[in-house]
Design a protein around this ligand. Structure first.
Ligand code: NAP
Length: 247
Protein backbone atom coordinates (compact mmCIF):
# COMPACT_ATOMS: atom_id res chain seq x y z
CA UNK A 1 0.00 0.00 0.00
CA UNK A 2 2.31 2.70 -1.38
CA UNK A 3 0.00 5.61 -0.51
CA UNK A 4 -1.01 4.58 3.02
CA UNK A 5 -1.74 7.63 5.21
CA UNK A 6 -1.82 9.92 2.16
CA UNK A 7 -4.72 12.28 1.47
CA UNK A 8 -5.59 13.01 -2.15
CA UNK A 9 -7.97 15.38 -3.93
CA UNK A 10 -8.92 14.39 -7.48
CA UNK A 11 -10.93 17.10 -9.24
CA UNK A 12 -13.72 15.96 -11.54
CA UNK A 13 -13.63 12.43 -10.19
CA UNK A 14 -17.28 11.42 -10.11
CA UNK A 15 -16.91 9.74 -13.47
CA UNK A 16 -14.56 9.08 -16.39
CA UNK A 17 -10.79 9.34 -16.02
CA UNK A 18 -11.09 11.11 -12.66
CA UNK A 19 -13.08 8.23 -11.18
CA UNK A 20 -10.50 5.70 -12.39
CA UNK A 21 -7.72 7.81 -10.83
CA UNK A 22 -9.63 8.07 -7.54
CA UNK A 23 -10.18 4.28 -7.41
CA UNK A 24 -6.54 3.61 -8.27
CA UNK A 25 -5.22 5.95 -5.55
CA UNK A 26 -7.69 4.58 -3.01
CA UNK A 27 -6.60 1.04 -3.97
CA UNK A 28 -3.04 2.08 -3.12
CA UNK A 29 -4.17 3.22 0.34
CA UNK A 30 -4.91 6.94 -0.08
CA UNK A 31 -7.93 8.69 1.40
CA UNK A 32 -9.54 10.35 -1.60
CA UNK A 33 -11.77 13.40 -1.90
CA UNK A 34 -14.09 13.11 -4.89
CA UNK A 35 -14.75 16.54 -6.38
CA UNK A 36 -17.53 17.09 -8.91
CA UNK A 37 -19.41 19.94 -10.59
CA UNK A 38 -23.04 18.82 -10.80
CA UNK A 39 -23.41 15.02 -10.97
CA UNK A 40 -23.74 14.20 -7.26
CA UNK A 41 -25.15 10.76 -8.18
CA UNK A 42 -21.92 9.78 -9.96
CA UNK A 43 -19.73 11.26 -7.22
CA UNK A 44 -21.61 9.33 -4.50
CA UNK A 45 -21.27 6.16 -6.60
CA UNK A 46 -17.49 6.66 -6.69
CA UNK A 47 -17.39 7.23 -2.92
CA UNK A 48 -19.39 4.03 -2.36
CA UNK A 49 -17.04 2.02 -4.63
CA UNK A 50 -14.07 3.19 -2.55
CA UNK A 51 -15.81 2.51 0.78
CA UNK A 52 -16.96 -0.93 -0.39
CA UNK A 53 -13.32 -1.80 -1.04
CA UNK A 54 -12.40 -0.71 2.50
CA UNK A 55 -11.13 2.79 1.70
CA UNK A 56 -11.99 6.27 3.01
CA UNK A 57 -13.61 8.83 0.75
CA UNK A 58 -15.82 11.89 0.67
CA UNK A 59 -17.61 13.75 -2.15
CA UNK A 60 -17.38 17.55 -2.34
CA UNK A 61 -19.22 19.64 -4.92
CA UNK A 62 -17.08 22.57 -6.11
CA UNK A 63 -16.70 24.39 -9.41
CA UNK A 64 -12.92 24.50 -9.90
CA UNK A 65 -13.20 27.76 -11.84
CA UNK A 66 -14.57 29.59 -8.77
CA UNK A 67 -12.07 30.60 -6.09
CA UNK A 68 -14.65 30.47 -3.27
CA UNK A 69 -15.68 26.92 -4.27
CA UNK A 70 -12.05 25.82 -4.38
CA UNK A 71 -11.40 27.30 -0.93
CA UNK A 72 -14.40 25.35 0.40
CA UNK A 73 -13.08 22.15 -1.22
CA UNK A 74 -9.71 22.58 0.50
CA UNK A 75 -11.25 23.54 3.87
CA UNK A 76 -13.61 20.54 3.81
CA UNK A 77 -10.71 18.20 3.00
CA UNK A 78 -8.58 19.61 5.81
CA UNK A 79 -11.48 19.45 8.29
CA UNK A 80 -12.11 15.81 7.38
CA UNK A 81 -8.60 14.43 6.84
CA UNK A 82 -6.21 17.02 8.37
CA UNK A 83 -3.78 17.44 5.44
CA UNK A 84 -3.41 17.21 1.65
CA UNK A 85 -0.54 15.20 0.12
CA UNK A 86 -1.74 14.70 -3.46
CA UNK A 87 -3.66 16.90 -5.89
CA UNK A 88 -4.75 15.61 -9.28
CA UNK A 89 -6.15 18.41 -11.43
CA UNK A 90 -8.38 16.36 -13.72
CA UNK A 91 -11.63 18.33 -14.11
CA UNK A 92 -12.11 19.36 -17.71
CA UNK A 93 -14.67 20.18 -20.38
CA UNK A 94 -14.86 20.64 -24.14
CA UNK A 95 -16.80 23.20 -26.19
CA UNK A 96 -15.61 22.26 -29.68
CA UNK A 97 -16.09 24.24 -32.88
CA UNK A 98 -14.04 25.66 -35.70
CA UNK A 99 -12.55 29.03 -34.83
CA UNK A 100 -14.83 31.18 -36.98
CA UNK A 101 -17.86 29.69 -35.24
CA UNK A 102 -16.35 29.63 -31.75
CA UNK A 103 -18.27 31.84 -29.37
CA UNK A 104 -16.42 33.98 -26.86
CA UNK A 105 -18.30 32.12 -24.10
CA UNK A 106 -16.95 28.78 -25.42
CA UNK A 107 -13.43 30.17 -25.14
CA UNK A 108 -13.98 31.65 -21.67
CA UNK A 109 -15.70 28.57 -20.17
CA UNK A 110 -13.07 26.13 -21.39
CA UNK A 111 -10.17 28.32 -20.25
CA UNK A 112 -11.87 28.94 -16.89
CA UNK A 113 -12.39 25.25 -16.09
CA UNK A 114 -9.39 23.65 -17.78
CA UNK A 115 -6.69 26.25 -17.02
CA UNK A 116 -7.84 28.70 -14.35
CA UNK A 117 -9.19 25.74 -12.36
CA UNK A 118 -5.70 24.21 -12.31
CA UNK A 119 -4.24 27.52 -11.12
CA UNK A 120 -6.84 27.96 -8.36
CA UNK A 121 -6.62 24.39 -7.02
CA UNK A 122 -2.81 24.30 -7.15
CA UNK A 123 -2.50 27.65 -5.39
CA UNK A 124 -5.00 26.59 -2.74
CA UNK A 125 -3.21 23.32 -1.84
CA UNK A 126 0.29 24.72 -2.17
CA UNK A 127 0.17 26.69 1.08
CA UNK A 128 -0.15 23.51 3.17
CA UNK A 129 2.26 21.54 0.97
CA UNK A 130 4.94 24.25 1.28
CA UNK A 131 4.49 24.24 5.04
CA UNK A 132 4.75 20.44 5.32
CA UNK A 133 7.59 20.51 2.74
CA UNK A 134 6.07 17.67 0.73
CA UNK A 135 3.36 17.11 -1.83
CA UNK A 136 2.67 15.76 -5.29
CA UNK A 137 0.63 17.37 -8.04
CA UNK A 138 -0.40 15.76 -11.32
CA UNK A 139 -2.15 17.87 -13.93
CA UNK A 140 -4.17 16.19 -16.65
CA UNK A 141 -3.45 17.86 -19.99
CA UNK A 142 -4.00 16.21 -23.39
CA UNK A 143 -1.95 15.24 -26.45
CA UNK A 144 -4.02 17.96 -28.14
CA UNK A 145 -2.12 20.48 -25.97
CA UNK A 146 1.08 19.31 -27.68
CA UNK A 147 -0.13 18.79 -31.24
CA UNK A 148 -3.18 21.08 -31.61
CA UNK A 149 -6.45 19.88 -33.13
CA UNK A 150 -8.79 21.46 -35.67
CA UNK A 151 -12.03 22.38 -33.91
CA UNK A 152 -10.44 22.49 -30.46
CA UNK A 153 -8.48 25.77 -30.39
CA UNK A 154 -9.89 26.70 -26.96
CA UNK A 155 -9.27 23.24 -25.49
CA UNK A 156 -5.78 22.91 -27.00
CA UNK A 157 -4.82 26.39 -25.74
CA UNK A 158 -5.96 25.50 -22.23
CA UNK A 159 -4.19 22.13 -22.26
CA UNK A 160 -0.95 23.70 -23.61
CA UNK A 161 -1.31 26.30 -20.86
CA UNK A 162 -1.49 23.52 -18.27
CA UNK A 163 1.90 22.26 -19.50
CA UNK A 164 3.58 25.69 -19.22
CA UNK A 165 1.98 26.24 -15.82
CA UNK A 166 3.11 22.83 -14.54
CA UNK A 167 6.71 23.22 -15.68
CA UNK A 168 6.90 26.66 -14.01
CA UNK A 169 5.43 25.42 -10.73
CA UNK A 170 7.71 22.34 -10.80
CA UNK A 171 10.67 24.75 -10.84
CA UNK A 172 9.16 26.97 -8.12
CA UNK A 173 8.36 24.11 -5.75
CA UNK A 174 11.17 21.57 -6.31
CA UNK A 175 13.39 22.88 -3.53
CA UNK A 176 10.44 22.57 -1.09
CA UNK A 177 9.92 18.86 -1.72
CA UNK A 178 6.88 19.26 -4.00
CA UNK A 179 6.79 17.48 -7.37
CA UNK A 180 4.57 18.51 -10.30
CA UNK A 181 4.05 16.42 -13.43
CA UNK A 182 1.67 16.32 -16.38
CA UNK A 183 -0.19 13.36 -17.84
CA UNK A 184 -1.33 13.90 -21.42
CA UNK A 185 -3.92 11.30 -22.44
CA UNK A 186 -4.68 10.53 -26.06
CA UNK A 187 -8.13 9.23 -26.94
CA UNK A 188 -9.75 7.69 -23.85
CA UNK A 189 -13.26 6.19 -23.85
CA UNK A 190 -15.40 8.33 -21.49
CA UNK A 191 -18.56 10.46 -21.66
CA UNK A 192 -16.37 13.20 -23.17
CA UNK A 193 -15.45 11.16 -26.24
CA UNK A 194 -18.37 8.78 -26.71
CA UNK A 195 -20.46 11.45 -28.45
CA UNK A 196 -17.97 11.55 -31.35
CA UNK A 197 -19.27 9.96 -34.54
CA UNK A 198 -18.18 6.45 -35.62
CA UNK A 199 -16.32 8.09 -38.54
CA UNK A 200 -14.24 10.29 -36.22
CA UNK A 201 -13.60 7.34 -33.88
CA UNK A 202 -12.30 5.14 -36.70
CA UNK A 203 -10.07 8.01 -37.96
CA UNK A 204 -8.63 8.35 -34.46
CA UNK A 205 -8.12 4.59 -34.19
CA UNK A 206 -6.09 4.53 -37.38
CA UNK A 207 -3.73 7.15 -35.84
CA UNK A 208 -3.00 5.00 -32.75
CA UNK A 209 0.04 2.74 -33.25
CA UNK A 210 -0.98 0.40 -30.41
CA UNK A 211 -4.26 -0.20 -32.26
CA UNK A 212 -6.85 0.46 -29.57
CA UNK A 213 -8.61 3.34 -27.86
CA UNK A 214 -7.50 4.09 -24.30
CA UNK A 215 -9.32 3.18 -21.08
CA UNK A 216 -9.56 5.48 -18.03
CA UNK A 217 -7.53 2.86 -16.12
CA UNK A 218 -4.60 3.31 -18.54
CA UNK A 219 -4.36 6.95 -17.41
CA UNK A 220 -5.00 6.12 -13.74
CA UNK A 221 -2.06 3.71 -13.53
CA UNK A 222 0.33 6.38 -14.86
CA UNK A 223 -0.99 8.86 -12.27
CA UNK A 224 -0.60 6.31 -9.47
CA UNK A 225 3.05 5.80 -10.43
CA UNK A 226 3.74 9.54 -10.61
CA UNK A 227 2.29 10.28 -7.16
CA UNK A 228 4.08 7.32 -5.56
CA UNK A 229 7.50 7.39 -3.88
CA UNK A 230 8.75 5.34 -6.86
CA UNK A 231 8.65 8.58 -8.88
CA UNK A 232 10.46 10.66 -6.25
CA UNK A 233 13.13 11.84 -8.74
CA UNK A 234 10.63 12.87 -11.45
CA UNK A 235 9.28 16.41 -11.73
CA UNK A 236 8.28 18.83 -14.49
CA UNK A 237 7.68 16.02 -17.01
CA UNK A 238 4.93 15.24 -19.50
CA UNK A 239 3.77 11.61 -19.72
CA UNK A 240 1.72 10.82 -22.82
CA UNK A 241 -0.72 7.95 -22.30
CA UNK A 242 -1.94 7.69 -25.85
CA UNK A 243 -1.05 4.35 -27.44
CA UNK A 244 1.77 6.07 -29.32
CA UNK A 245 -0.31 8.82 -31.00
CA UNK A 246 2.34 11.46 -30.31
CA UNK A 247 5.32 9.51 -31.68
P1 NAP B 1 -15.75 13.47 -18.39
O1 NAP B 1 -16.07 12.02 -18.46
O2 NAP B 1 -16.55 14.45 -19.18
O3 NAP B 1 -15.72 13.92 -16.85
C1 NAP B 1 -15.40 15.23 -16.52
C2 NAP B 1 -15.36 15.38 -15.02
O4 NAP B 1 -14.99 16.75 -14.73
C3 NAP B 1 -16.72 15.16 -14.37
O5 NAP B 1 -16.52 14.51 -13.13
C4 NAP B 1 -17.24 16.58 -14.14
O6 NAP B 1 -18.12 16.71 -13.01
C5 NAP B 1 -15.95 17.31 -13.85
N1 NAP B 1 -16.04 18.75 -14.09
C6 NAP B 1 -16.35 19.40 -15.23
N2 NAP B 1 -16.33 20.74 -15.04
C7 NAP B 1 -16.01 20.93 -13.73
C8 NAP B 1 -15.85 22.06 -12.91
N3 NAP B 1 -15.99 23.31 -13.39
N4 NAP B 1 -15.53 21.88 -11.60
C9 NAP B 1 -15.37 20.63 -11.10
N5 NAP B 1 -15.50 19.52 -11.82
C10 NAP B 1 -15.83 19.67 -13.12
O7 NAP B 1 -14.23 13.74 -18.86
P2 NAP B 1 -12.98 12.74 -19.00
O8 NAP B 1 -12.94 12.24 -20.39
O9 NAP B 1 -12.95 11.80 -17.86
O10 NAP B 1 -11.78 13.80 -18.88
C11 NAP B 1 -11.07 14.00 -17.67
C12 NAP B 1 -9.86 14.88 -17.97
O11 NAP B 1 -9.03 14.24 -18.94
C13 NAP B 1 -10.23 16.25 -18.56
O12 NAP B 1 -9.34 17.23 -18.09
C14 NAP B 1 -10.01 16.03 -20.05
O13 NAP B 1 -9.75 17.24 -20.72
C15 NAP B 1 -8.81 15.11 -20.03
N6 NAP B 1 -8.64 14.33 -21.25
C16 NAP B 1 -9.59 13.45 -21.67
C17 NAP B 1 -9.38 12.72 -22.83
C18 NAP B 1 -10.37 11.71 -23.34
O14 NAP B 1 -10.13 11.18 -24.44
N7 NAP B 1 -11.44 11.42 -22.64
C19 NAP B 1 -8.20 12.91 -23.57
C20 NAP B 1 -7.26 13.83 -23.12
C21 NAP B 1 -7.48 14.52 -21.96
P3 NAP B 1 -19.68 16.21 -13.10
O15 NAP B 1 -19.60 14.70 -13.16
O16 NAP B 1 -20.27 16.73 -11.85
O17 NAP B 1 -20.22 16.82 -14.35
Amino acid sequence: MMLNDSVAIVTGSGRGIGRAIALELAGAGAKVVINYAGRSDKAEETVQLIRAAGGESLAVQADVSQASDVDRLIRTTLDQFGKIDILVNNAGITRDSLLLRMKEADWDTVLATNLKGVFLCTKAVSKGMLKQRSGVIVNISSVVGLSGNAGQANYAAAKAGVIGFSKSIAKEFASRGIRVNVVAPGYIITDMTETLSDGVQSDVLSAIPLGRLGKPEDVAKAVRFLVSPEASYITGQIFCVDGGMDI
